[in-house]
Design a protein around this ligand. Structure first.
Ligand code: NAD
Length: 265
């Protein structure tokens, strides 16, 4: 159902973003892949999105901590195809108590996890409104809804991303129609998802209990995620694809938890 559409997925060289790029490609979209990595990792990511069924795939290598680089990427992208679907998934994590959080780390996390989404959205939303269809899906986190210790810039960035998304949802609420699909802006808020991002946290838990990786995973889940199961990136991707459907025209401004009951507590 996304044939003829173009999707930009930031942070799609790895983890959840890569799974989303694959699923949007499988639904027929041309996919603009963005993210860092070695040339081999990037080539493998593009091949994997192509294999999933995307009719066209291209890498846009902008470093999202740099606003000028984002502007240049959006201009290149506009010359390739209008953006119908924008998924802001790039994100980084750093854990330390507030008093020990380096100021430069704060700036970097806010830039990548929050400001980058502001820039891609401000540049993509007017085009979406003009064509009467557009989808912005921001990958926030359960940490956009509740806090945990040692994650000050991460939690601040994700709360900010949810607020930003609600503002955009309101500003574009009346764009388009049921027939065209409208313009919606939502956040998906995962709990623990099995990706490279959380490996350092698994390792820290494992060493705290003198156990192996599996023991580390068990510890992480036991603390806050009642299902006791991690999500797989593909499961998050399925929800993103569903949000892109025309029938989802009235689901906007939401922050949807996929957290095994974490925020129900
Ligand atoms: P990941 O580390 O596997 O992927 C992160 C992606 O962001 C990579 O493609 C990386 O290249 C890209 N990236 C990082 N810095 C960048 C920069 N400066 N410029 C461009 N791209 C950059 O992580 P993931 O777990 O797939 O995380 C994806 C998103 O999901 C993040 O926003 C994260 O906060 C969120 N999230 C993850 C979990 C989880 O448990 N894994 C839970 C909730 C939310």
């Amino acid at each position: 159902f996304l044939a003829g559409r173009c999707a930009l997925v930031t942070g799609s060289t790895s983890g959840i973003g890569l799974a989303i790029a694959r699923s949007l490609g499988a639904a027929g979209a041309r996919v603009a892949v963005n993210g860092l990595g070695t040339p081999e990792q990037i080539a493998a990511a593009l091949e994997s999105v192509r294999q999933a069924g995307a009719p066209e795939v291209r890498h846009f290598g902008a470093d999202l901590s740099d606003a000028a680089a984002i502007e240049a990427m959006m201009a290149d992208l506009a010359a390739w195809a209008p953006v119908d679907v924008l998924v802001n998934c790039a994100g980084v994590q750093h854990t330390a108590p507030i008093a020990e959080m380096p100021a430069a780390t704060w700036e970097k996390l806010i830039a990548i996890n929050l400001s980058a989404a502001f820039h891609t959205m401000r540049l993509a939303l007017p085009g979406m409104a003009a064509q009467g269809y557009g989808r912005v899906v921001n990958i926030a986190s359960v940490h956009g809804l509740v806090a945990s210790v040692n994650k000050s810039p991460y939690v601040a960035s994700k709360f900010g991303l949810i607020g930003l998304s609600k503002v955009a949802a309101l500003e574009y609420a009346a764009a388009g129609s049921r027939a065209s699909g409208g313009v919606t802006v939502n956040c998906v808020c995962p709990g623990w998802v099995e990706t490279p991002l959380i490996e350092p946290q698994i390792a820290a838990r494992a060493s705290a209990v003198h156990g192996d990786r599996e023991a580390g995973v068990r510890e992480l889940l036991r603390e806050k995620q009642p299902s006791g199961r991690m999500s797989l990136p593909e499961e998050i991707a399925d929800l993103v694809v569903w949000l892109c459907r025309r029938e989802a025209h009235n689901l906007s401004g939401a922050a949807l938890p996929v957290d095994g009951g974490w925020t129900a507590q």
